[in-house]
Design a protein around this ligand. Sequence first.
Ligand SMILES: Cc1cc2nc3c(=O)[nH]c(=O)nc-3n(C[C@H](O)[C@H](O)[C@H](O)COP(=O)(O)OP(=O)(O)OC[C@H]3O[C@@H](n4cnc5c(N)ncnc54)[C@H](O)[C@@H]3O)c2cc1C
Ligand SMILES: NC(=O)c1ccc[n+]([C@@H]2O[C@H](COP(=O)([O-])OP(=O)(O)OC[C@H]3O[C@@H](n4cnc5c(N)ncnc54)[C@H](OP(=O)(O)O)[C@@H]3O)[C@@H](O)[C@H]2O)c1
Length: 417
Amino acid sequence: MIIIIFDNLREGVLELQTDIAIIGAGPQALTLTTHLLQKGQRKSPLFVVLDPSGTWMQRWQQQFMAQDIPYLRSPAAHHPDPNPVALRTFAESRPQELFPPYDRPGRQLFQDFCQTVIQQWSLQDRVMAAEVVQIEPIQQQRHRFRLWLKDGRCLLVRRVVLAGGDGALNVPGWVRSLQEDYPAERLCHSVQVNLSQLQLRGEQILIVGGGLTSGHLAIGAVRREAKVKLMARRQFQEKLFDADPGWMGPKYLKGFCAEPDWHQRWQMIQTARNGGSLTPEMMVQLRRARRDKTVELAENCQIEWVRWQSGRWQVQCTDGDDFECDRIWYATGRGLDASRHPLLQEVQRYFSTEIVNGLPVLDPHLRWLGCELFVMGGLAALQVGPFSRNLRGAKIASDRIVEALTKPTVALSRAVA
Ligand SMILES: Cc1cc2nc3c(=O)[nH]c(=O)nc-3n(C[C@H](O)[C@H](O)[C@H](O)COP(=O)(O)OP(=O)(O)OC[C@H]3O[C@@H](n4cnc5c(N)ncnc54)[C@H](O)[C@@H]3O)c2cc1C
Ligand SMILES: NC(=O)c1ccc[n+]([C@@H]2O[C@H](COP(=O)([O-])OP(=O)(O)OC[C@H]3O[C@@H](n4cnc5c(N)ncnc54)[C@H](OP(=O)(O)O)[C@@H]3O)[C@@H](O)[C@H]2O)c1
């Protein structure tokens, strides 16, 4: 299948041209491409997927390995293939890798399944190793974009789908205000922790956050014979999923989509997710570890400052508590802010749209108002709802975007802007 129509060298810049560019090759993008190919069976859509790794699902797999996550949080019905029972069918010979309740798939099962999906839809060679550094709407040619790549090349496209994952890492203020030097691996965000490469025996580790990542890191560190203090700024919340499962379907989404006030929708999302949460089985493990005195659970606690002194961290909390530890990991998640997203700066300049507490107002097809840029993942939450970051959100988003992408469009012109 041809994905790049032609390339041409102008003024030292290599320009490639295609119809649709999908930025990112994570689960959101994989879900979109399978749905796009299924819908466009008679006339194959021209698209290219761009990701610095040059492969599918690299970030997902790396995070699951690095944090020692045994199985998914979401049910077996949520995966990148358009056939809802495809994962269950795939797992027929591996039932022990589906975990109750809701048959949540094991890490390896899900990974093998995704590889099969990639092969079945002939997507192995669809990811171009490239990082997009700018999306430039072309003034002279409406309905076209120039995507600037980090290596200096650029891509001319008619439609863009932004599926680059959640936004920048949340870095707490006390980390940002640190002045002195310290060894980078002794204080880092959870995405920089790779448990399999660490010797932690006898160490004391402070983990900040109340989401499931903080729980996995705590249990992983204890398994490596460290002692952990797990600190949340609120009380730990116990929830099977990120939000009530009613938000995965029409039960709550019907009312959400009928709500005309974007600020109300934003509030509904906040209330539904209500920050980070830990699954019941993770809470069981943490409570057991607390009984064994390998984990201390510190709730309603925040750090005021930390200081690196004589090879250890001195930690001062806002409630007056102070202690020492060997490492600090902040599992504070990622933020979502379209107004600061580096790839959306130019788009906003040409096609300004309302941004509600970081989330852009999109049309029902998840299209940026006024142009052919589509947004998936957390940034599409005002349309997709509280699960927009998750696999369920990827399915909802794909159905909406594909409907718009498979509408007939004007034939690609060979003209270069
Ligand atoms: C540890 C962890 C476990 C999770 N488990 C579950 C679960 O069990 N069930 C569930 O439903 N959800 C889960 N989630 C939530 C969500 O499903 C995942 O975060 C998922 O990876 C989101 O998919 P994505 O495609 O948006 O992002 P990502 O997986 O982050 O993929 C985005 C890709 O875009 C690429 N990219 C970014 N910027 C650019 C650029 N400028 N140019 C080119 N490429 C770019 C990145 O390199 C990356 O490969 C989990 C999240 C985490 C962090
Ligand atoms: N499959 C799995 O087993 C698995 C494993 C890990 C993660 N996940 C999923 O991945 C997604 C991300 O999870 P996550 O745990 O990385 O992130 P998260 O759910 O966004 O949780 C981040 C946590 O950090 C806290 N936080 C943020 N900023 C802070 C600050 N400045 N100071 C103190 N605390 C701060 C938040 O507090 P508040 O609660 O007060 O907002 C929240 O508890 C979720 O959808 C989760 O379900 C799944």
